[in-house]
Write a protein that binds this ligand. Sequence first.
Ligand SMILES: [Zn+2]
Length: 114
Amino acid sequence: MQNSIHPVSIEVSNSDQVLEIKWSDGKESVYSLFGLRKNCPCVMCRGGHAYMSEFEPGLFFVDNPPKTDINNIQQVGNHAIQITWSDGHNSGMYRWETLRFLDPDNHNKYESRR
Ligand SMILES: [Zn+2]
């Protein structure tokens, strides 16, 4: 079931500092760009292979976060997007499962680590 859920639309607004995903099951997720950047799933950002599944969803709730822009989004196969950030970083493959897990609706600002 997990594998069948996929985005039907992905929209970025650098001016609103959000990325919005509409999913095939009708769910809509809105992510702050700062939170997404900070939860970049690449090895370097996660701090090593041992921490690949550890994220900090609380960072989606930071007030007045530093402006963080997306330069480009590219789909990778049928399972992920690769985001190129304005700071040049683009190693993170955001898999659908990861994005669904990170959805701020599943978390609160007091949560730092899974
Ligand atoms: Zn990264």
